[in-house]
Design a protein around this ligand. Structure first.
Ligand SMILES: O=C(O)CCC(=O)C(=O)O
Length: 254
């Protein structure tokens, strides 16, 4: 049955490991609805999305969209009323042990035969320091996923290791960040349609390149503790690359 409440075992596992797989979490018909909307983003990616792995040396007009990145709820605010949104907020609050609220989402899609992993990173590496221990992410693929088409991988217990030093991912001119991890602690999380993962904002994670013959499509919902005001100062590696106007900004407070 989709939309189950978090059990005491779920909470204990998440606290110890920093991540969790929830099987059969979401009604596939509800996933189909948001997936349908995201097709419009794919069809109009030049105006509705960034390329999160925009290669160095390639002009903005010629970006290959190796990782299509967009915020569907900014285009369709009615997604806030979807059952999967309310469920993710409630479930994540139980895992964090405090009420959380929806912050922003990302549609992340990788074309078939793709050569762009989403490099190892912690979400906290992107976020301001106010988010310390206050963020959690729900990752919801639109189809079955495994290591060949870009399923989620986590560093087990990595949320307990502090914020790691990040840097700009090599060969990209987007804001894609990366950090070094102990890959021996990596856990691959293959999922079937309807399953999701949750991870703590400090859990290092990555998804491999999509070497399958179909697009890899997923929605990531980022949630934060209620009352968490603004992002605060950023870490020294943070930059913003606005691909709609080509502007690169270094935050004043980092
Ligand atoms: O889907 C991906 O490629 C990466 C997702 C991710 O980094 C996240 O959900 O925090």
């Amino acid at each position: 049955m989709p939309y189950q409440e978090a059990t005491a075992e779920d909470v204990a596992f998440f606290r110890e490991h920093g991540w969790l797989i929830v099987k059969n979490a979401i009604d596939p018909d509800h996933i189909a609805r948001v997936a349908g909307l995201c097709e419009e983003i794919l069809a109009n990616r030049e105006t509705m999305a960034f390329d999160w792995a925009w290669e160095k040396g390639v002009s903005r007009e010629e970006r290959a969209f190796r990782i299509v990145q967009s915020g569907p709820t900014r285009f369709w605010p009615e997604l806030n009323e979807e059952t999967f949104r309310h469920w993710a907020v409630a479930f994540a609050g139980a895992l964090m042990g405090t009420p959380v609220e929806f912050w922003y989402d990302q549609f992340l899609a990788k074309p078939p035969g793709n050569d762009a992993p989403t490099a190892w990173h912690q979400d906290e590496g992107y976020w301001g320091r106010n988010l310390a221990d206050k963020g959690i992410t729900c990752w919801m693929p639109f189809h079955d996923v495994d290591p060949r088409n870009g399923c989620m991988h986590f560093i087990d217990g990595g949320h307990l290791d502090g914020v790691l030093e990040h840097r700009q991912a090599p060969h990209v001119q987007s804001d894609l960040l990366c950090c070094e991890v102990d890959e021996l602690r990596s856990i691959a999380c293959p999922l079937t349609l309807g399953d999701v993962t949750f991870h703590h904002g400090r859990t290092p994670h990555m998804t491999p390149a999509n070497v399958s013959s179909e697009w890899r499509r997923a929605l990531t919902q980022h949630l934060r503790t209620v009352g968490c005001e603004g992002e605060g100062d950023h870490y020294p590696w943070k930059i913003y690359v606005n691909q709609f106007n080509g502007k690169v900004t270094v935050p004043e407070s980092r």
